[in-house]
Design a protein around this ligand. Structure first.
Ligand SMILES: [Zn+2]
Length: 332
């Protein structure tokens, strides 16, 4: 089954570029930029990836990104991810970035965007992997800060296709950000939103009704609300699920408790993604393997997950069809 998963063409739609920082690169950049890390060795850093909840992860995630400073650093970080994704047969990826975690360190928006974008172009050229960029607002910060961030980014509007919402969920509902998402829509940007990762089903409903989210990131807590599951199934709202992330952040005690198989059976348009791979113990194929083994997913279900990743992407019908044509035949 591992070979089948490895060979399956797929799109990755829930990936934070800051969360792809491998400890080896972190130490290299810390040395180059003369920024200190709170760890003595790579092994010590990896050993710290033992989280109690989303916040305990975020604390380390924001601290670690302080080593990424220059346009070249953002380029190298992004290219390293694309090479890894390519090796796992990811054919298309839609990548999140968190500008506020950089502008707060006086790194200009332009530096961040140019570094990431040049790597995405190189990935497309040299690896044949297509990609898009989605700007995420940090929801623990104010709505005014999100507004200011969008204004800083709009001069570079052609470099990203959408906006999203991430960071500490509980206590920071989508309703806090109605105005900035309205402004993003006015500028023709796609809308996604982390919701129902740790937060309640109501946050998913708010993301859909108040922010007009086209995709929900995580969304696993919808399973507590049968009426919401029905709505998500009828409307075929994509849910970008991240199984290893959910277990590492203690949303579920172990993978056997993960609802992804039940979500598929409920007719939800779920996809498998890695979120922040080194922190959670795997890239997209390791996520596929973990759910396949724990929940005994069939080849048919794996193909369905890959198909969902293409039909949920912000691509034209023709671009989706081209990717869908690469999928293996249905087998029973
Ligand atoms: Zn995420």
């Amino acid at each position: 089954m591992d070979d089948f998963i490895a060979a399956l063409p797929k799109a990755e739609l829930h990936l934070h570029i800051e969360g792809t920082l491998e400890p080896e690169l972190a130490f290299q950049l810390a040395d180059k930029n003369q920024v200190s890390l709170p760890f003595a060795t790579v092994a010590e850093m990896r050993a710290a990836y033992d989280f109690q909840d989303l916040q305990s992860f975020l604390d380390l995630y924001y601290a670690s990104i302080s080593v990424v400073c220059t346009e070249e650093d953002f380029h190298d970080l992004t290219l390293a991810y694309l090479k890894k994704a390519d090796s796992q047969n990811v054919r298309h990826t839609e990548i999140f970035f968190d500008p506020q975690s950089h502008t707060a360190r006086d790194i200009p928006m332009e530096t961040v965007l140019n570094g990431i974008t040049s790597a995405l172009k190189q990935g497309e050229r040299e690896l044949g992997i297509s990609s898009r960029l989605i700007l995420c607002f940090l929801r623990h910060l104010s709505a005014d800060s999100a507004w200011e961030t969008l204004q800083q980014a709009l001069p570079f509007r052609e470099q990203f296709i959408g906006v999203g919402l991430d960071s500490s969920e509980v206590g920071h509902p989508p309703s806090k950000f109605v105005k900035v998402f309205e402004e993003a829509r006015r500028n023709g940007l796609h809308i996604v939103c982390h919701a129902g990762e740790e937060g309640p089903p109501e946050y998913i409903t708010e993301a859909l009704d108040l922010l007009h989210a086209e995709r929900i990131d995580h969304g696993v807590h919808c399973m507590e609300d049968p009426a919401l599951v029905e709505r998500l199934a009828v409307e075929q709202i994509p849910l970008t699920v991240c199984p290893l992330s959910n277990v590492r952040l203690c949303v579920y005690p172990d993978m056997s408790q993960h609802p992804i198989k039940r979500m598929l059976e409920a007719g939800l348009r779920v996809t498998v993604n890695s979120d922040d791979p080194p922190y959670f113990g795997g890239y997209v194929n390791e996520n596929f393997t973990a759910v396949q083994q724990a929940l005994d997913l069939s080849r048919q279900e794996l193909i369905q997950l890959a198909r969902n990743s293409f039909t949920s992407a912000f691509l034209t019908d023709a671009e989706q069809q081209k990717l869908l044509a690469e999928l293996p035949e249905e087998i029973d």
